[in-house]
Design a protein around this ligand. Structure first.
Ligand code: BES
Ligand code: ZN
Ligand code: ZN
Length: 500
């Protein structure tokens, strides 16, 4: 998709269609809508007055215009963006996604969008491009029939009176972010047979070579040497060896070297059958996306490498399958983590925390001072927060606040759950230091309490994305399937820290 941007006026744009943001309850009596009403010979006002279209978020009205109306475009798409007071860049991204998906559906090849947000032109252009790229992603890669064949090959962004250079910079950023979010979504969608830990390490190698990140991949022999008995206990049941992927971005000239190192650590279970504590068959196919945390780290690092912030970032992805076999870890087994802590494995389906324990410890060994881990860790998070908010928990309130604030800016919601020390009682073991499950109560919190045991001495926050990583239904701005949750937030956190 070729992307152009222009400070306007939109009347001059010669694409096949024009998509315009319309606020809730906005009337066609003045301003832009009045001009569009004139161009449409009264149809815009009629659509709005009939209350068929009220400008609610995601609502659309699609019209064909007659050439006499004064616009070069022949098709007009009105897209509701909700309350004007609440309209910000995250909504612009959804607006652009909706425009791109809708108009591709009508086989339109070239589109112009008028987001109608005032403010930072670079940010607005970035949001449009990112939203359109994310909106156009489909999960039909393995279909041979009924595949989406239609493509939009030209996108023109119209931001009234904006500086052309700022718009151009924004387009570049938006492309990097949008493509990186889709990189993560594509990985999350890959079947377990195609995306093994070894393949995941190969993909990491590809982005490292392409975007100049340093990389190290620990095989099982090296994990053994490091004493990573917790991580290795998960891959025992599988024929596919575990891999621990380490990516590092180092700024060319660090503007501030304050000794801080941010690490992103993501759960990379390429298929979670539950192991000996086998999961029920229903929906088990979805457990291919249990590596989304790891793919989120790879996607974020892919973007960070190109955006070149001024702070260093470490990306860590422990990858393994979780399968039952004659060699698999059994409930009741005791394993020793890299830190020396012993863990009684009560349930082999609580494997995410086992691989993260050693990955967090290794991130610390590599010098991490701030750690954000992300994982499709518990079914319980869907019960607590549904598919709207991801959970955030941790030991450093400043880092948690930063995640929530950075998420808000990009339209990703994180809701903090408590992590009082009382919850840690639930993971005390009778025969080892800790056990890997804490009973039925507060499942998301006790999982975090387990990780906390390995994150002492650093500022740490944990994101449980099990409820938000996969969308069961399509949205106007996004296909069903992998959502890419947290990729944009993490990129934004790094950008914000880089600007500080
Ligand atoms: N990968 C699952 C969590 C999950 C569930 C992710 C649904 C996405 C959708 C995780 O490894 C798991 O099985 N967790 C168990 C923990 C339990 C045994 C304490 C769970 O949530 O049931
Ligand atoms: Zn599991
Ligand atoms: Zn899992």
């Amino acid at each position: 998709m070729n992307v152009e941007c222009t400070p306007g006026p939109y009347q001059e744009v010669d694409t096949q269609a024009l998509a315009v943001a319309v606020f809730k309850d906005e009337k066609a009596d003045g301003g832009l809508l009045k001009d569009l009403d004139t161009a449409s010979e009264g149809v815009v006002k009629s659509v709005i007055d009939s209350e068929e279209f009220k400008g609610k978020e995601g609502e659309t009205a699609y019209l064909h215009l007659r050439p006499a109306g004064g616009l070069k475009v022949q098709r007009l798409l009105l897209i509701g963006v909700g309350e004007k007071a609440e309209y910000h860049v995250a909504r612009v991204s959804e607006f652009a996604g909706t425009a791109a998906r809708f108009l591709r559906g009508k086989n339109v090849k070239s589109i112009a969008v008028v987001p109608r947000l005032e403010g930072d032109a670079e940010l607005i252009a970035a949001s449009v491009v990112e939203g359109a790229i994310i909106g156009l992603f489909e999960i039909d890669k393995y279909r041979t029939s009924d595949k989406e064949q239609k493509v939009i090959d030209r996108l023109v962004i119209v931001v009234d009176g904006a500086d052309k250079d700022a718009l151009t910079r924004g387009v570049k950023r938006g492309q990097i972010v949008g493509e990186s979010v889709n990189f993560t979504r594509d990985m999350a969608n890959e079947p377990g047979a195609y995306l093994t830990p070894t393949n995941m390490a190969e993909r990491a190698q590809e982005i490292a070579s392409e975007f100049n990140l340093s990389i190290d991949v620990l095989d099982e022999a090296r994990m053994q040497k490091e004493g990573m008995g917790s991580l290795l206990s998960v891959s025992r049941g599988s024929d596919e060896p575990a891999k621990l992927i380490i990516l590092k971005y180092t700024p060319a000239k660090p503007t501030k070297d304050n000794g801080q190192l941010l690490a992103l650590v993501g759960k990379g279970i390429t298929f979670d059958s539950g192991g000996i504590s086998l999961k029920p068959g229903e929906n088990m196919e979805l457990m291919k996306y249990d590596m989304t945390g790891g793919a989120t780290v790879l996607g974020a690092m892919r973007a960070i490498a190109q955006l070149k912030p001024s702070i260093p970032v470490l990306g860590v992805a422990p990858c393994s399958e979780n399968l039952p076999s004659g060699k698999a870890t059994k409930p009741g087994d005791v394993v020793r983590a890299m830190t020396g802590k012993t863990i009684e494995v009560i349930n082999t389906d609580a494997e995410g925390r086992l691989i993260l324990a050693d990955a967090i410890a290794y991130a610390k060994k590599l010098g991490a001072t701030r750690i954000i881990d992300m994982a499709t860790l518990t079914g319980a998070v869907s019960i607590a927060l549904g598919d709207v908010n991801a959970a955030v928990l941790g030991t450093d309130q400043e880092l948690i606040n930063e995640i929530i604030a950075a998420g808000k800016e990009v339209g990703e919601k994180f809701w903090q759950l408590p992590l009082d020390k009382e919850y840690s009682k639930q993971i005390k073991s009778d025969i080892a230091d800790i056990k890997n499950v804490g009973g039925r109560k507060a499942g998301t919190i006790t999982a975090a309490a387990f990780l906390k045991e390995f994150a002492d001495g650093v500022a740490w926050a944990h994101l449980d994305i099990a409820g938000t990583a996969w969308g069961d239904e399509a949205k106007p701005y996004r296909s069903k399937g992998p959502t890419g949750i947290a990729v944009r937030t993490l990129i934004n956190i790094v950008n914000r820290a880089s600007r500080e």
